[in-house]
Design a protein around this ligand. Structure first.
Ligand code: ADP
Length: 590
């Protein structure tokens, strides 16, 4: 057994004192007029009113919105996202919902709000833009938490340093904003920003959630450098080289306004333990500034598509990809996409079939033929001056030519292929929202992501494809997915599209993802990120040596956040004061 467990911890069966245990509010209780739809757990209506009055004194009342009526949960569009609930809900709109949304105007207000939450013992859920769709959006894990809208006012690009090739951003800066800044300042010929499939999310939120993009800088967390964080007690910390004061800074200015050390965005690690990791997928801090490395314009670019004809070619394709990627002949984060992901960007399900059953192999072949695509489609790019690209392309082409029937295209060969045209932009850091379209595969389309990590091997990829496709079909859904190739692994992203207006469809989607999590764990596969409803289940699968990692996480949580006010339950980590059983998400049956 590890020896960092405190007395009174769960290891000796008493981590939670029942007298303190915070429980979920009774969802059956009728709402008192003026109260929010859901009060924070353990807080009555009059205390809540005192809290919102006190918070309005900090931020101004314009920046406090109490969520007191169902009409406030009407938003359902990525382009105009809800700040209070999960738009892609599987358990009903009102399940994961905030009691109020507060938008601080600066760092000192964030600190004051955090201190107030400690005083009132009210949970706080920070988000940057709320476009974390498929994982819960802006919604909190604990119903009735205060949503902290970090992006509404704190949305400045604080610095772009061309020589050092980095930016320093606030939470509300989106990928589109940062790209547009480069365009507006004539910097695109010098610097690129790596973007995910959709450009509307925040650079900071996506990075700390460990999201990915598709240029050589696709691993966003790897490419961040330096954070400014507010701890659960309100303390402001700069990580890495930011902990070393700038000798020219004004010592009388508030810490968040002091000029940082000039190497803060140049060297990640500073001195001593590397802290940034504990603020990623974390409930230990609110990140208020973050540095991000920008890619130097490589001086030449060419995207391409390789169509891979047969379903069973997946095995060989992945075996070809591995050595090319580990040796960096594949320079970026390429993707191997199932035919239906591309098909769904190009049309909804009804435009391909009237069948109610999941599409079978013959039907999938027909769709591939109609779209002039393969059953799998590989999107990559070459970076650098023309002679370098030429040599790289020869190697890539020769390697993939081992697959009978593989075909090679550049964007100019397929001007009407909207996916290839979009990937051409994405892989050079130009943000779009085109990939939103696949969510409309079904009417009232919403999605969950099931995202296990796979080895870059033929056997692992085919085994994951087999299990996930079979389970999708068992639940009555089509398999839609893509393998996103990292440095040494693949994020296998399965897009579980369901009809959010149909309770049966929501139920089947929920059953499907929780069944897949169990299937995957039995095979030693784990997910890299998940929706609010599945956080406890996935955390429970990372249970090596008697849940040693969770006990470490809980020990840190209790030490930094003794009242458990910051994002309780995030990624399955519950503060000591919470009765986590009371927050268990009920399972769904098929
Ligand atoms: P996006 O920027 O893609 O719209 P969100 O703003 O929805 O993403 O953030 C996704 C998740 O990341 C949030 O639910 C929260 O857990 C975490 N997060 C986002 N911004 C912050 C922040 N500034 N500080 C701490 N956690 C954050």
């Amino acid at each position: 057994m590890t020896n960092f467990v405190k007395p009174g911890s769960e290891a000796d069966g008493s981590r939670r004192d029942p007298k303190l245990a915070i429980r979920r509010p009774n969802p059956e209780a009728s709402q008192v007029p003026g109260d929010p739809l859901v009060l924070p757990p353990g807080i009555d209506g009059s205390t809540f009113k005192k809290f919102t009055a006190a918070v309005a004194d900090i931020t101004g009342s314009d920046n406090v919105t109490v969520i007191s009526s169902a009409e406030q949960l009407h938003k359902q569009d990525y382009l105009d996202p809800s700040k209070a609930h999960d738009m892609y809900h599987i358990l009903g709109k009102g399940y994961f919902v905030s009691s109020a949304v507060v938008a601080p105007r600066d760092v000192s207000e964030v600190q004051a709000i955090v201190r107030l939450c400690n005083e009132f013992e009210i949970p706080l859920w920070p988000f940057s833009v709320g476009r974390n769709v498929g994982y819960g959006g802006a919604a909190p894990r604990v119903p009735g938490s205060i949503g902290l809208d970090m992006g509404r006012h704190m949305n400045k690009i604080l610095k772009v340093d061309v020589e050092g090739a980095y930016a320093l951003v606030e939470p509300g800066v989106t990928f589109s904003d940062l790209h547009q800044y480069l365009v507006d300042n004539n910097l695109r010929d010098k610097l690129w920003v790596d973007v995910p499939d959709l450009g509307g999310g925040s650079v900071l939120g996506n990075t700390i959630e460990r999201g990915v993009g598709y240029t050589p800088y696709g691993d966003h967390f790897m490419m961040h450098c330096g954070m400014e964080v507010i701890l659960p007690d309100g303390t402001l910390v700069r990580t890495g080289m930011g902990a070393l004061p700038n000798p020219d800074a004004d010592p009388n200015a508030p810490p968040h306004e002091q000029e940082p050390n000039s190497t803060w965005q140049l060297f990640n690690y500073g001195f001593g333990p590397y802290n940034d990791g504990i603020f990623s997928q974390s409930s230990l801090g609110i990140v208020v500034k973050m540095g991000v490395w920008l890619m130097v314009n490589p001086g030449g670019y060419q995207s391409y598509l390789i169509t891979i004809p047969k379903d069973e070619d997946l095995h060989q394709a992945v075996e070809i990809i591995r050595p090319l990627r580990t040796s960096m002949v594949l320079q970026n984060v390429p993707t191997l996409r199932h035919i239906l992901l591309d098909a769904a960007v190009m049309g909804d399900r009804a435009s391909y079939t009237s069948s109610k059953k999941p599409l079978n192999d013959e039907e999938l072949d027909e769709i591939a033929k109609k779209l002039n695509l393969g059953r799998w489609n590989f999107y990559g790019a070459l970076y650098g001056p023309e002679p370098i690209r030429q040599v790289m392309w020869e190697v890539v082409k020769k390697s993939f030519s081992a697959i009978p029937g593989a075909k090679f295209y550049f964007p100019e060969d397929m001007p009407d292929n909207v996916v290839l045209q979009t990937r051409d932009l994405t892989l050079q850091g130009i943000p779009t929202t085109t990939e939103l379209k696949w969510v409309n595969w079904l009417p009232n389309g919403a999605h969950l992501f099931f995202s296990p990590i796979a080895k870059v091997t033929g056997p692992d990829a085919t085994a994951q494809y087999e299990v996930t496709r079979r389970r999708c079909e068992e639940a009555g859904f089509d398999f839609i997915g893509t393998f996103v190739v990292g440095m040494r692994e693949m994020h296998h992203i399965v897009c579980l599209v369901f009809d959010r207006s149909d309770p049966a469809s929501c139920r089947r989607a929920h059953w499907l993802i929780s069944t897949l999590i169990d299937d995957a764990a039995k095979k030693g596969w784990g997910e890299y990120r998940t929706h609010l409803a599945l956080m406890d289940q996935i955390a429970g699968t990372y249970n090596f040596n008697g849940n040693a990692q969770m006990r470490l996480n809980e020990a840190i949580k209790d030490a930094l956040d003794p009242k458990g006010i910051l994002a309780p339950g995030k990624n399955g980590i519950w503060p000591r004061r919470y009765d986590k059983e009371a927050f268990t998400v009920p399972p769904s049956e098929l």
